[in-house]
Design a protein around this ligand. Structure first.
Ligand SMILES: Cc1cc2nc3c(=O)[nH]c(=O)nc-3n(C[C@H](O)[C@H](O)[C@H](O)COP(=O)(O)OP(=O)(O)OC[C@H]3O[C@@H](n4cnc5c(N)ncnc54)[C@H](O)[C@@H]3O)c2cc1C
Length: 444
């Protein structure tokens, strides 16, 4: 008997990680059952139905033309023709106006910086592209690295306000790897000699991919269960033997894989030893408050407006209909105004009405011509654990897929490092995690 046949694997979480993992395992003959707490699949990348029946992304999601794993996977599933890519624009909001930053001409004219500082900003981007061994950046703070390459003016006019907005609890402990991975990913979207920025999506959003994977999992004999929260992973004598549902029913599995963020995983393994809990507790995350404005017209037409002004609570203005043709989202224009927060942040304690009021006032201050009647729906979404955070010299805190508990595996976003967590890297990680799950014999 090979290592895969007749194995029963329980997967907890029906986001991109859980569903991709289910597909990569089921494809090899493993019998998978996926448990999803919510009534819809997709997790953070899931959809939301507007009052008028239109389905849109709850959070903003772009796919880049360089996302090769996703493109190959969609080809394999027969949905490769569902990608749409478009040239997009990015601007910086600085001293009450928008400054485009899309090509070398914009760069050469960029008002927040003088000649020398523009040159040094260019040098910073190049320094990131030429850094091949990112581990050398793990012990340098993001501030020191940006000051070294870009100098004081660029740091104070551009980087500092952006870092302040991103890291609610400060950025002293953030390694240079953080900005390195972002600069490298953004550079990868700029196609061709003219360096045009390309962003895209699947028609319908990531849920199109998730539905296609789910269909295949079912064809391979697997199950995908909605509204089925797992209460606990049953651990007996140091081995995971199954899962306990909220109605106390226990389902036995040869192996169990949890795909949620580590604080959620910890709640499911009360029987795991203290040392493992202490280790997992060191994983940190940023949360988010991300109001979505569904509008009847474009706001700025830019995919991203980076805000270099710390008077404003939001980190950026993200207009996904800059690359999603509004015809795919009921003719609406979608603008997200995210604010990243520490999980216990005071911002997370504000009510939706308070957020709505603060955001509206700031939007009006930022764009004095903005007409509030252009907003059809103003929806507030928030999550506590969104982006894994890694501190200076904390590479040893990245948890392994194979946990110290026999037959129990963890495939989670904090293991994706130094790459950014997005559909591309999450699904690729799920494929790699599936290999680890298969390679380990189930201990009886
Ligand atoms: C604001 C924002 C912007 C983003 N922008 C982009 C982007 O532009 N491009 C991009 O590719 N990616 C982007 N991402 C990242 C992407 O959404 C995530 O990396 C990805 O969705 C993570 O998937 P996951 O499966 O690891 O986790 P999750 O999506 O969190 O899935 C976990 C699932 O587990 C379920 N669950 C929790 N507890 C239980 C339980 N007890 N029992 C059963 N099920 C349970 C949850 O309901 C959820 O469905 C963005 C994310 C956010 C929040």
């Amino acid at each position: 008997m090979d290592n895969t046949s007749k194995q029963k694997v329980g997967i907890i979480g029906g986001g991109i990680m859980g569903i991709s993992l289910g597909y990569f395992l089921a494809k090899q003959g493993i019998k998978v059952t996926i448990y999803e707490a919510s009534s819809v699949l997709g997790g953070l990348a899931g959809p939301l139905v507007l009052e008028d029946g239109t389905e849109v992304d709850r959070f903003y999601h772009a796919i880049l033309s360089s996302d090769n794993h996703l493109r190959d996977l969609c080809e394999e599933l027969g949905i490769g023709d569902q990608f749409r890519f478009k040239e997009t624009r990015t601007s910086f909001y600085y001293k009450n106006s928008l400054h485009p930053m899309n090509n070398i001409i914009d760069f050469l004219k960029f008002p927040p910086l003088g000649w020398i500082d523009r040159f040094r900003l260019g040098l910073t981007v190049l320094a990131a592209q030429f850094t091949k061994d990112w581990k050398t950046l793990e012990s340098i703070s993001v501030q020191d690295w940006l000051l070294k390459w870009g100098g004081k003016v660029t740091f104070h006019n551009i980087w500092r306000p952006m870092l302040k907005a991103k890291f609610d609890a400060g950025f002293d402990n953030v390694p240079a790897t953080w900005i390195w991975s972002r600069l490298v990913r953004m550079k990868s979207t700029r196609a061709g000699a003219n360096q045009k920025e390309m962003a895209g999506h699947l028609v319908g959003g990531y849920i199109t991919l998730i539905k296609a994977l789910t269909e295949k999992i079912k064809e391979f004999g697997g199950e995908v269960l909605l509204k089925t929260p797992v209460k606990e992973i049953v651990i007996e004598e140091g081995k995971a033997v199954g899962i306990r549902m909220v109605n106390e029913e226990v389902v036995n599995f040869d192996k169990v894989v949890c795909t949620m963020q580590t604080p959620v995983f910890q709640r499911l393994i009360p029987a795991a030893n203290k040392a493992y809990h202490e280790y997992l507790s060191k994983s940190d995350y940023l949360g988010i408050i991300a109001p979505l404005l569904v509008m009847d017209r474009p706001l700025t037409g830019n995919w991203t407006v980076n805000i270099t002004d710390d008077r404003f609570p939001f980190t950026g203005v993200i207009e996904t209909t800059a690359y999603i043709d509004p015809k795919y989202v009921g003719g609406h224009h979608l603008v997200y105004l995210p604010k990243y927060t520490a999980p216990g942040s005071e911002w997370q304690k504000k009510t939706d009405d308070e957020i709505k009021q603060i955001w509206s006032e700031n939007l009006q201050a930022m764009f004095p011509d903005f007409d509030p009647s252009s907003i059809k729906y103003f929806l507030i979404h928030r999550e506590r654990y969104v982006e894994p955070l890694h501190g200076l010299n904390e590479i040893d805190l990245v948890p392994e897929v194979k946990t110290p508990i026999e037959n129990l595996f963890l495939a989670t976003t904090s293991q994706i490092y130094p790459a950014l967590t997005n559909g591309e890297s999450v699904s690729r990680h799920a494929r790699d995690a599936a290999k680890i799950v298969v390679a380990n014999r189930a201990e009886k």
